[in-house]
Design a binder for this molecule. Structure first.
Ligand SMILES: Nc1ncnc2c1ncn2[C@@H]1O[C@H](COP(=O)(O)OP(=O)(O)O)[C@@H](O)[C@H]1O
Ligand SMILES: [Mg+2]
Length: 134
């Protein structure tokens, strides 16, 4: 199984579903349980939804990592939208600038093994999440 990379351009609700399906497919190839696949797909949905909601468009890159040392999935969500002025605040449970639940970012962080966010106002946002196979 070679290292795979799938890029899903995100513009609308429709592509959020595509990203969900693609990530499940890769997680299944890696031997993640159905419950684990659902968790990772949920994190991806939240990041993709944030792209549509706050940046209008962007992309989700799904990478399958299958080396001798590590097996897992690395997902990058990136956009060239307005950016996040205060990341610490955005990462708090319940913080939302859109009357949302404010659980997308902190929830994704809890679900995944690794979570990294970088954002620059006026430039955009990049979130990288990783889940390793035990
Ligand atoms: N890609 C993004 N671009 C700009 N702002 C974002 C992005 N993702 C998240 N945010 C900001 O972070 C806040 C928290 O996001 P999230 O935890 O997903 O909660 P919610 O989407 O329910 O508001 C959002 O309300 C928004 O202000
Ligand atoms: Mg959200």
């Amino acid at each position: 199984m070679a290292n795979e990379e799938i890029v899903v351009p995100i513009h609308s609700e429709y592509e959020i579903v595509t990203a969900r399906h693609k990530v499940r497919e890769i997680c299944s190839k890696l031997g993640f349980s159905s419950a684990e696949q659902t968790l990772v797909a949920t994190a991806v949905s939240e990041l993709a939804r944030n792209i549509v909601e706050y940046a209008k468009s962007g992309e989700i890159i799904i990478q399958l990592v299958n080396s001798n040392e590590r097996k897992g999935v690395v997902i990058t969500a990136r956009d060239k939208g307005p950016g996040i002025p205060n990341i610490e605040l955005a990462m708090k449970d319940g913080y939302s600038t859109s009357n949302g639940l404010g659980l997308g970012l902190p929830g994704s962080k809890r679900i995944m093994d690794e979570f990294e966010i970088t954002s620059k106002v006026g430039k955009g946002t990049t979130v990288i999440i990783k889940k390793w196979k035990n």
